[in-house]
Ligand binder design. Structure first.
Ligand SMILES: C[S@@+](CC[C@H](N)C(=O)[O-])C[C@H]1O[C@@H](n2cnc3c(N)ncnc32)[C@H](O)[C@@H]1O
Length: 323
């Protein structure tokens, strides 16, 4: 059985939150950079086990250790790009349905079917969707999980995005986002200046197959959100919030402003350092696992606190997080 036909959720309804030209740029990345990497089952497996994905999926799956629940039920992956995570999770028996959403049509209609085919996805469970994560045309409370792997930092309005995620989740549901982040000491001035920077010719060549292309960071709808911006948007949307920061690239990280753990509130229990750091001597904490929980009257009011306390006090559990 092949994939179901895509749903097309009206992008016009999210016009004010979509940067002009960003979708076209994304389509070029999918066409020039990603497509060739998934042309055969061998290539697709190589990608899955390569540096781009392993750690992202591993980080997202930490939510299972943290909450004690497997990713299950109805899942939507937003800003899915290649859709590798959707393809993989569809094969698990506790997962009933997977929506794979991106606003770029090429990714959903051309790249994702190739990925599903070459990663042997369970296509019966999958619904591809072209649409924006700020305007999902499904009923309230439809999903158990919203997953974002490096996608919601593209949001032009993080609060609007997370409000929409809150709406589509069942009470008790979770957003699990793995995102590049900046420390809270990063200033508005720096942030604005960084958005105006031109990407290098090498990067323009790699992403868009054109080194002469003059693209600013902001043109691709990329954002350097701080941890506190992710958190405050999560709270504003109605979620309870658990943030974990971790290092993935060590010295090679493209952003070195996280040179040491943030002296920030009670973050000390919220690092994934030994697991992910490539250079243990000089970790750069520039990635965030953001867990957002939609409160439910069926859970104890202390549900999130209990998770947090368990994480701090239960040595076995804590140890496993760092495996
Ligand atoms: C950096 S890519 C990450 C892709 C994929 N999750 C991965 O791990 O490779 C970000 C993706 O988010 C998508 N995106 C950005 N804004 C979006 C929006 N408002 N609605 C849906 N998708 C969006 C882009 O098209 C792009 O495919």
């Amino acid at each position: 059985m092949g994939l179901k036909p895509s749903l097309y959720w009206n992008l016009e309804d999210d016009k004010e939150n979509i940067r002009e030209g960003a979708i076209e740029l994304r389509a070029r990345v999918a066409e020039h950079m990603y497509y060739k990497n998934y042309e055969t089952p061998e290539k697709a497996k190589q990608q899955l086990n390569g540096p781009g994905f392993t750690w992202r999926i591993a980080a997202a799956r930490k939510v299972e250790l943290i909450t004690g629940r497997k990713l299950s039920g109805r899942i939507i992956e937003v800003g899915a790009g290649t859709g590798v995570f959707s393809a993989q999770i569809s094969k698990e028996p506790q997962v009933n349905e997977v929506y794979c959403l991106d606003y770029d049509r090429f990714s959903i209609d051309s790249l994702f079917p190739l990925v599903c085919n070459n990663l042997n996805a369970d296509t019966e469970k999958i619904q591809p969707v072209v649409g924006s994560y700020n305007a999902m045309k499904c009923e309230d409370g439809y999903f158990d999980y919203v997953i974002s792997l490096g996608a919601i930092h593209h949001s032009e309005n993080l609060t609007a995005t997370l409000k929409e995620c809150f709406r589509v989740l069942k009470p008790g549901g979770f957003v699990v986002a793995v995102e590049h982040c900046h420390p809270n000491s990063y200033t508005n001035y720096q942030q604005r200046a960084d958005y105006e920077k031109l990407i290098s010719p090498q990067r323009a060549k790699m992403l868009y197959n054109d080194e002469s292309l003059k693209i600013k960071v902001k043109d691709n709808s990329d954002h350097y959100y701080r941890i506190c911006e992710f958190e405050s948007a999560g709270f504003a949307a109605g979620f309870d919030v658990l943030p974990y920061i971790f290092d993935v690239e060590g010295e090679k990280a493209d952003d070195k402003i996280f040179r040491k753990p943030q002296p920030y509130r009670d973050y000390s229990n919220r690092f994934f350092r030994p697991y992910f750091a490539k250079d243990l001597a000089k970790p750069v904490f520039d990635n965030l696992l953001l867990i957002l929980h939609k409160p439910s009257s069926e859970e104890a009011p202390s549900f999130m606190t209990d998770i947090n306390i368990k994480n701090v006090t239960d040595k076995g559990f804590f140890g496993r997080l760092f495996k």
